[in-house]
Design a protein around this ligand. Structure first.
Ligand code: ZN
Ligand code: ZN
Length: 216
């Protein structure tokens, strides 16, 4: 399989990668990080460095702060291999293994949300959501702002907005200060994996009508 890594220009930021390595990133963002890491050699190497540093810090604090007996118990626990997941998923078409795991191996259930745009919600709760978006070439996602950060990973095609152009493997990290209207580049439909921390704010009237359908 050819690697995409050399074509990726927009990566996971250092704080997000550190939070992911520490296991403290909310699950909807963690899925986007896992999917990007599965496509990107550079971030895979950076993540390995974070995990090695995290393990060293843990051993160090275990050594300093607890009794030898408790320490040996903790170290025994750390030595145990993590339980293997019951099913392991592999990349299928444009969907990386972590996305296939979220889909439980099935094709996405697309729902139309207007202007040819379709979405498939993988997970949503009060703290945020993660979804697949299908945007026909040349079409726009309604302009919106964010109450939390939004992570968008391109799986197929490309899109552009006020901040730049994003192709396969690229991640856009949009803060809550950004109001933007991503437009799929002409040609192939753009398929993205997008996670947000809270409902999106749409800035114009018409898209607001779509918000209950979008559930974002
Ligand atoms: Zn990367
Ligand atoms: Zn956005």
């Amino acid at each position: 399989m050819t690697t995409l890594s050399q074509d990726i220009n927009h990566h996971i930021s250092e704080p997000l990668l550190a939070a992911y390595a520490a296991g403290s990133l909310e699950s909807h963002y963690a899925l986007v990080v896992a999917a990007h890491v599965s496509m990107c050699d550079e971030c895979r190497a950076r993540l390995a460095a974070h995990e090695a540093a995290g393990a060293a810090v843990m051993e160090c604090s275990v050594s300093k702060n607890i009794s030898p007996r408790a320490k040996s118990d903790v170290m025994a626990m750390l030595d145990q291999p993590a339980p293997a997941p019951e099913v392991s998923y592999t990349r299928s078409g444009v969907f990386p293994a972590p996305v296939m795991a979220a889909l439980k191996g099935k094709p996405p259930k697309w729902k139309p949300v207007g202007f040819g745009v379709r979405q498939s919600i993988l997970h949503a709760d009060k703290s945020g959501s993660v979804r697949l978006l299908y945007i026909p070439g040349g079409e726009a996602v309604p302009e919106h702002g964010h109450r939390g950060i939004e992570l968008t990973l391109v799986l197929q095609g490309s899109f552009s907005d006020e901040t730049g152009r994003f192709g396969v493997g690229d991640v856009e990290i949009a803060g809550d200060d950004l109001d933007h209207a991503p437009i799929a580049d002409k040609g192939d439909a753009c398929i993205c994996l997008a996670a947000t921390g809270a409902p999106l704010r749409f800035t114009s009237l018409v898209p607001r009508i779509f918000q209950p359908i979008f559930r974002i």
